[in-house]
Design a protein around this ligand. Structure first.
Ligand SMILES: [Zn+2]
Length: 590
C-alpha cells in the first residue's frame, strides 16, 4: 500500500503507468485506455487494459489487476519496496537510501554494492591495459586484427587481463576483504596453497552488464589456442548467467522500437552485429538459452531472428532455443548464414567478409523457423521408411509446440508435402502429435462486473470520478443504506469509506479493501467509458435506488400480509402498505 505522503505514494503520483507497463507489454491506445496482450496468461487477442487516468491495469481474461506497483511486483516477482524502487528508477525519481529491515539485508545490500563497485574497478583496469603494457598492446593488435576500431573497443568496454596472475589482485586487495574478492569471481583461490590469483589471465575481456547497465560479470576470450576458448565469470551474488542477455541494457530501446530482436550466440557476434548498425541484437552467451532470458526478451518483443553459429553445437543450440521460444509464443525466424568459401560463417565473420548491408539483407530474408527445420530434416536420408520416420520424429516436437491450431495444421500439411511423406499413417501421426500439444492456458473472460446493474455501475463510477460531489453522494448512500443488498454492496461500502477522506480517490486503495471477486468487478466497471459526472444524474440514480428499496419493502410486506391474513396484525400491516404505496407514487411523480 502506498501510504499518503510516503515515498511510494509520491512515486505513484509521478509515475506514468502506461510508460512503465509499456516496458513489459506492447500497448495500443484504444479510446480512453491502452490495451495489449496480458503478460500473466497466454492469449491471442488483447484483454489486458491500462487506464492512464485512474492509474490502474486490469486483465479482463485472468482478472489480474492493480496499480503500477502490483504490476511490477507480479512481473519481477519482487516485494513491494523493490517494486517501488524499480518504478522510481524507471521514472527518474531519486530514491532515498533504503532502510534495510534486518542486519542480514543490510549485509547483503552492502555486499552487492561492493561487488558492483569491484567490477567497475576491474573494468577500468582491464580497459587501461590495452594501451598500458606491451602485452596489453598485443591484445589490442589482436582486436584490430579482428576488425575492431578504437571506437568500437571503447564503446563495448573491451579490455585485457594480463598474464601475470596477480595484476588485478594487487589493485583490488587493498580495498576489499579476501572473502569478497573470491565471491566476486574475479579472483580465485588456489586449493593447494590457499593463495589468491586472478581468474582471468592473458585474455580479452568483455564486460557483461545487467539490464540496468551495471557491469556484473566478464566474458573472456583466449587470444590463441588456449583452452577454454571462452572463460566467463562464475555465478555470483550479482550475476546469474541465465538471467542476463549480453547487450540487453543497450538493445532494449531499439528492440522495442523495431519490435524484433536478433539473437546471436557470443559477444563477438553481438558486437559485430551492433557495429553493423543493427542495435536490436542480444547474445545468450551460453550453450543454450535459459527460460529467464526468454522472459526478459519477451518484455520487449515477441519476435526474434535466431542467428547462431552454423557448427553442430550451434545447430543444437538453435534447435533447443527454438523449443523454448515457441513455448513462450515467440514468432521465430532462423538465419543460417551461407558458408564463406569453405568456412562456416558466424555473424562476426559474415559481416567482416560481406559487409553490413549483406547481413541486413540476409536478416530480412531469414525464413520462418519451420522452413529452417524442414531444410534440416531434408538433409536426413529420406530414401528409406526408417529415414523418413526419423525426419518426422525430428520435426514432431516443434510442430507440437506451435500454439496456434490453424498454423499447426497448415505446417503439418506443408511438412508432409515438402518431405514427400504422404503415407496416410505418417500424416495421421503428425496431426495426432500436433493435436496432442500440451494444454494451452485457457481463460475465458468471465465478466464479473456485468452482473451489476447499469445503475450500480454508474453510481460506482460517479463515486470514483465526481470529485466535486463524491462526498455528498457517499453521505446520501450511507444515510439510507441504499446500497445494502446490492450485488455490489461491498464495493459501495469500500467507496463510501474512501469518499470520506480528504485525499484524492485512488482506485487501488479502494480495491485493497475488497475481496478478489469484488475487486475484479470494480476494475471492470472502472474501465467502462467515462461520462462527465453531474449531480442531476447522481440524484436520479439515488431516486432509483430508493424506489428499488421501497418496492422490496412492499414485496416483503405483501408476503407478511398474506401470512397474517387472519391475525390481529393485519390492520397495522395494511396501514403500512398504504404508506409505502403513497411514498412510491411520490417517488415516481415528484
Ligand atoms: Zn490476463
Amino acid at each position: 500500500m502506498a501510504e499518503a505522503g510516503s515515498f511510494a505514494d509520491r512515486v505513484k503520483q509521478q509515475a506514468d503507468i502506461v510508460r512503465v507497463i509499456g516496458e513489459y507489454v506492447r500497448l495500443k491506445k484504444g479510446g480512453q485506455n491502452f490495451t495489449g496482450l496480458c503478460p500473466f496468461h497466454g492469449e491471442k487477442s488483447p484483454s489486458f487494459a491500462v487506464h492512464p487516468v485512474k492509474q490502474i491495469f486490469h486483465c479482463f481474461g485472468c482478472g489480474k489487476g492493480g496499480d503500477v506497483f502490483t504490476f511490477v511486483m507480479e512481473m519481477e516477482k519482487c516485494p513491494f519496496p523493490e517494486a517501488v524502487r524499480m518504478v522510481a528508477e524507471k521514472c527518474g525519481i531519486a530514491v532515498p537510501q533504503p532502510k534495510e529491515r534486518t542486519p542480514e539485508e543490510r549485509r547483503e545490500n552492502q555486499q552487492r554494492s561492493a561487488l558492483v563497485e569491484m567490477h567497475r574497478e576491474a573494468q577500468t583496469f582491464f580497459a587501461k591495459q590495452l594501451d598500458a603494457t606491451p602485452e596489453g598492446r598485443t591484445g589490442k593488435a589482436y582486436l584490430e586484427g579482428r576488425g575492431l576500431s578504437n571506437e568500437t573497443i571503447a564503446r563495448f568496454g573491451i579490455g585485457f587481463a594480463p598474464a601475470g596472475g596477480d595484476a588485478l589482485l594487487r589493485v583490488l586487495k587493498p580495498k576489499y576483504a579476501e572473502k569478497l574478492l573470491v565471491e566476486s569471481g574475479l579472483i580465485s583461490r588456489d586449493q593447494n596453497n590457499n593463495r589468491l590469483y586472478d581468474r582471468f589471465r592473458r585474455r580479452i575481456t568483455f564486460p557483461i552488464s545487467n539490464e540496468a547497465g551495471k557491469i556484473v560479470a566478464f566474458g573472456c576470450r583466449a587470444m590463441g589456442d588456449e583452452l577454454p576458448k571462452y572463460l566467463n565469470s562464475p555465478e555470483t551474488p550479482i550475476y546469474s548467467k541465465s538471467n542476463v542477455l549480453y547487450y540487453m541494457d543497450r538493445a532494449k530501446e531499439p528492440i522495442r522500437r523495431q519490435d524484433f530482436a536478433v539473437l546471436v550466440e557470443g559477444y563477438m557476434d553481438a558486437i559485430a552485429v551492433a557495429n553493423a548498425g543493427i542495435g536490436n541484437v542480444v547474445a545468450s552467451c551460453g550453450t543454450s538459452l535459459a527460460d529467464a532470458q526468454i522472459k526478459l526478451l519477451g518484455r520487449f518483443t515477441k519476435r526474434v531472428i535466431v542467428n547462431y553459429d552454423p557448427d553442430a553445437a550451434g545447430q543444437v543450440a538453435t534447435e533447443r532455443s527454438l523449443t523454448l521460444l515457441l513455448e513462450q509464443d515467440f514468432e521465430v525466424r532462423v538465419l543460417a548464414l551461407p558458408p564463406i568459401g569453405n568456412k562456416k560463417a558466424d555473424p562476426d565473420l559474415f559481416i567482416r567478409e560481406k559487409g553490413a548491408e549483406a547481413y541486413k539483407k540476409a536478416l530480412k530474408e531469414a525464413p520462418p523457423y519451420v522452413d529452417y527445420l524442414i531444410s534440416r530434416a531434408q538433409l536426413m536420408d529420406l530414401s528409406t521408411a526408417e529415414g523418413k520416420l526419423r525426419a518426422v520424429n525430428f520435426l514432431l516436437p516443434y510442430l507440437q509446440r506451435i500454439p496456434n491450431r490453424f498454423l499447426r495444421s497448415e505446417w503439418a500439411t506443408r511438412i508432409s508435402q515438402q518431405m514427400r511423406i504422404d503415407e496416410p499413417v505418417l500424416r495421421a501421426a503428425l496431426r495426432k502429435a500436433a493435436d496432442e500439444r500440451r494444454g494451452e492456458v485457457k481463460t475465458q473472460p468471465e465478466l464479473i462486473g456485468k452482473a451489476a446493474k447499469p445503475l450500480e455501475r454508474r453510481l460506482i463510477r460517479l463515486l470514483v470520478e465526481a470529485e466535486d460531489f463524491r462526498r455528498e453522494l457517499a453521505l446520501r448512500l450511507q444515510e439510507d443504506r441504499l446500497y445494502e443488498g446490492l450485488e455490489t454492496e461491498k464495493i459501495f461500502a469500500a467507496l463510501i469509506v474512501a469518499a470520506q477522506s480528504d485525499l484524492p480517490m485512488q482506485a487501488t486503495e479502494v480495491a485493497s479493501l475488497l475481496a478478489d471477486r469484488d475487486r475484479r468487478a470494480f476494475f471492470e466497471i472502472l474501465f467502462e467509458p467515462t461520462q462527465t459526472p453531474s449531480w442531476e444524474e447522481a440524484e436520479s440514480c439515488l431516486e432509483a435506488l430508493k424506489r428499488r428499496r421501497l418496492e422490496q419493502e412492499l414485496g416483503q410486506l405483501q408476503r407478511e400480509i398474506e401470512a397474517n391474513a387472519s391475525s390481529p396484525l393485519l390492520r397495522e400491516l395494511l396501514t403500512r402498505k398504504q404508506q409505502l404505496m403513497k411514498l412510491l407514487s411520490a417517488q415516481s411523480n415528484p
